[in-house]
Write a protein of this length. Structure first.
Length: 137
């Protein structure tokens, strides 16, 4: 009988890394794994001990909503401009393609770290003011 082993099983059978509390985390997708797994099966990134990564986790209390829109192109444009200024951005969309309704009632929120909120707001306000001037001409 031939035994098929998944990549997770192969990793468990290998010599495990020792960690405090036995938790491993993927630094790319932040999925948690038990001690012994060395590679994320979803994104194939090497796992690191949770204790080493804990300071880099995304905590909701560290982020603030600076802009809302119903237009995906606007959210993408603002995100590109903010990232170009070195500001980390999260776009939170509430669009559900499984439950279509007429019109565009989805809300897209743009979030940045609290420490970057003032600079990010200034950038978005500058973009909007330039857009308003262009619309007037």
């Amino acid at each position: 009988m031939k035994t098929i082993k998944t990549s997770i099983m192969k990793q468990i059978l290998q010599k495990p890394k020792t960690t405090i509390g036995g938790k491993m985390i993927c630094p790319k997708c932040e999925s948690h794994y038990v001690n012994g797994v060395t590679e994320c099966p979803d994104c194939h990134t090497e796992l690191i001990p949770f204790a080493e990564y804990e300071g880099n986790l995304i905590h909701p209390r560290d982020w603030v909503i600076i802009y809302t829109t119903d237009a995906e192109y606007k959210a993408d444009m603002f995100k590109a401009n903010l990232e170009g200024a070195g500001i980390d951005v999260i776009i939170l969309g509430q669009k559900d393609k499984n439950f279509p309704i007429p019109g565009n009632f989805s809300v897209i929120k743009i979030l940045v770290k609290k420490s970057d909120a003032d600079e990010a707001t200034a950038i978005i306000n500058d973009i909007n003011s330039r857009s308003d001037k262009t619309d007037d001409n």
